[in-house]
Design a protein around this ligand. Structure first.
Ligand SMILES: Nc1ncnc2c1ncn2[C@@H]1O[C@H](COP(=O)(O)OP(=O)(O)OP(=O)(O)O)[C@@H](O)[C@H]1O
Ligand SMILES: [Mg+2]
Length: 256
């Protein structure tokens, strides 16, 4: 047999994953047999209506919850617990330690996890704080920052850990529309710089198209894969291709 052109190995494989919550009186199935693969440098979007299990999937990838069926593998190795190779950025603005400065917050994540120590941790913290445009605020405390700035710190903290995958759960959902747009553009710039791999959860079709390279559409509760689509290139934003893709996703999400 002659060899086929090599496909890139998936960084993350989600394989037939069913996730459930057991409460005292009932069982909630959050996702049902979900399959997808994330390749290195993907900006991979999980898109679906409220309650379809997006956050639950992210928790399972983070290693905070085990599938009842199926398996999640990072670089071929089964995910069984949280680790610094997967960093999470949440929607809430209060993810930072209020008694530490911006720089201390970022450096603390590095030292506490053993990722870096001493001067190396401080240097790395500074590097990523600069990347998110907060060099002037390195010595400020979280209460002195706006919501958008706090989210930038959370992103810098996640990136400073140099994880295999950054997991972002609606990180911009609580921001005003203008700041949200600005943060989306900044994230794309940051990606141009470092080509990190990110899984990004949203229920905004517009945000999915703007931020993502690939989009996984999930059906309403319990979440099942409806489709996986390629997004459009950033320079096609604002062209008819964007409207066309939006309409297509809209139809698929609301189709029975
Ligand atoms: N701790 C929990 N205990 C029991 N059920 C839960 C728990 N967390 C979530 N669920 C249920 O699991 C399902 C999926 O929830 P999940 O938070 O993953 O949805 P989501 O897609 O992130 O929604 P949203 O867009 O509103 O954030 C929902 O039916 C929800 O009620
Ligand atoms: Mg959620």
């Amino acid at each position: 047999m002659h060899s086929r052109p090599e496909l890139p190995q998936p960084l993350l494989a989600v394989d037939g994953v069913t996730l459930q919550y057991k409460t005292t009186d009932h069982l909630v199935t959050a996702t049902y047999r979900v399959d997808f693969e994330v390749l290195p440098s993907d900006r991979y979007i999980l898109l679906g209506p409220s309650g379809c299990g997006k956050s639950t999937l992210l928790k399972a990838i983070g290693g905070y919850m085990a599938p009842v069926e199926g398996e999640i593998r990072l670089k071929g190795k089964k995910v069984t617990e949280p680790g610094p190779d997967r960093m999470m950025v949440f929607q809430e603005f209060d993810q930072l330690l209020p008694w530490k400065t911006v720089k201390q917050n970022v450096a603390f994540a590095l030292t506490a996890s053993g990722r870096a120590n001493g001067a190396e941790a401080t240097d790395r913290a500074h590097h990523y704080i600069e990347k998110v445009g907060l060099a002037k605020f390195a010595d400020s405390f979280p209460h002195m920052l706006s919501g958008g700035m706090k989210q930038r710190v959370s992103i810098a903290r996640g990136m400073a850990m140099e994880p295999d995958i950054l997991l972002m759960d609606e990180p911009f959902a609580a921001l005003d529309a203008l700041t949200r747009r600005k943060m989306q553009d900044e994230l794309l710039q940051l990606w141009d710089d470092t080509r990190f791999t990110v899984i990004f959860v949203t229920h905004s079709i517009e945000e999915a198209i703007r931020v993502g390279t690939r989009i996984l559409l999930l059906s309403p509760h319990p979440g099942q894969v409806k489709a996986e689509l390629n997004s459009i290139a950033p320079d096609e934003i604002g062209t008819p291709s964007q409207a066309k893709l939006e309409a297509r996703i809209n139809d698929m999400l609301f189709a029975k």
